[in-house]
Design a binder for this molecule. Structure first.
Ligand SMILES: [Zn+2]
Length: 285
């Protein structure tokens, strides 16, 4: 199949109360691992490529690999720009073949976020591409301990969410409810009451960023309360590094196939963690 947009996979998830995982592709190895996990679990999948990772990628090469992977599988595959930062980078992504984009205007004033998101939705929808936007600010890994105090003011505001969704006509909204990118220090405390209110007011699929480190219980509760897309990256990256370190610490053999053997193990370990997450996201109790 060719790539599909976000709506195609999120609407059934929204109605059926499960979530689709969005996993970051940072290499062809990661692409293979994610697709194999989706195949094993027979689930639609969202491939995230973050604007900040573009510096490590040949985007046209990755685009060709992603299109080939989507063509080979019967599953619905979305290629989604993660944290697009400007009108120009979103336009470039659409040109490269992304079927969906996120525009992150969360650092802008509310009015400016609406204005820029609106323009991006207009352009993207005209090209048949769906848009996720962010309101409030999801914490970053550096904020660490400050999260419970400092970030509360950055949580998504209910009244603003209503206006934002109505005005911009976005397809999905990333919310800030105590979630944070990167590693969490201690257990993240999510504001489920706020999430429930946001679901009632926006009536569109909601997105949870910073999925690594949230408990299975936490995910299930969030999914019950309207989360339909979960971004998961740090856990995959850590898993890949752990496997790599363990393999490199083994006795040196310097065999001809060492490198591909090690990289295959890394790939398999990433596939495993993606499968585990898919299971958690889809099979809530
Ligand atoms: Zn994010």
């Amino acid at each position: 199949m060719s790539l599909v947009d976000l709506k195609k996979v999120l609407q059934p998830a929204y109605e059926g109360k499960y979530a689709i995982g969005a996993f970051n592709v940072i290499s062809v190895d990661f692409l293979e691992a994610i697709i194999k996990a989706a195949e094993a679990k027979k689930t639609p999948i969202i491939l995230n490529t973050a604007e900040v990772h573009m510096q490590y990628l040949d985007i046209e090469l990755i685009a060709a690999a992603i299109k080939e992977a989507a063509n080979r599988t019967k599953l619905d595959v979305v290629w989604h720009l993660d944290h697009g930062l400007s009108f120009e980078s979103v336009a470039k992504a659409i040109k490269s073949g992304f079927s969906s984009v996120m525009f992150d205007g969360s650092h802008l004033s509310f009015e400016e976020n609406i204005r820029q998101t609106k323009e991006i939705v207009k352009m993207s929808h005209a090209a048949g591409v769906t848009v996720e936007a962010e309101l409030g600010a999801v914490g970053g890994s550096e904020e660490g301990d400050l999260i419970s105090v400092a970030s509360k003011a950055m949580y998504t505001n209910i009244e603003q969410a209503r206006e934002f969704v109505e005005e911009t006509k976005i397809d999905a909204l990333a919310v800030a409810i105590g979630n944070s990118h990167g590693k969490y220090k201690g257990d993240p405390v999510l504001d489920f009451e706020l999430l429930s209110d946001l679901k009632d007011i926006t009536r569109i699929p909601l997105v949870l960023h910073g999925g690594s480190g949230i408990s299975t219980e936490g995910f299930h509760k969030a999914i019950d309360l309207g989360i339909s897309k979960i971004n998961f990256y740090t856990g995959m990256s850590q898993q890949a590094l752990t496997t790599l370190k363990n393999e490199l610490n083994k006795e040196e053999s310097e065999g001809y196939n060492d490198f591909p053997e090690i990289m295959t193990k890394v790939k398999l370990s990433v596939q495993e963690i993606v499968e585990e997450q898919i299971e958690i996201f889809r099979n809530r109790k």
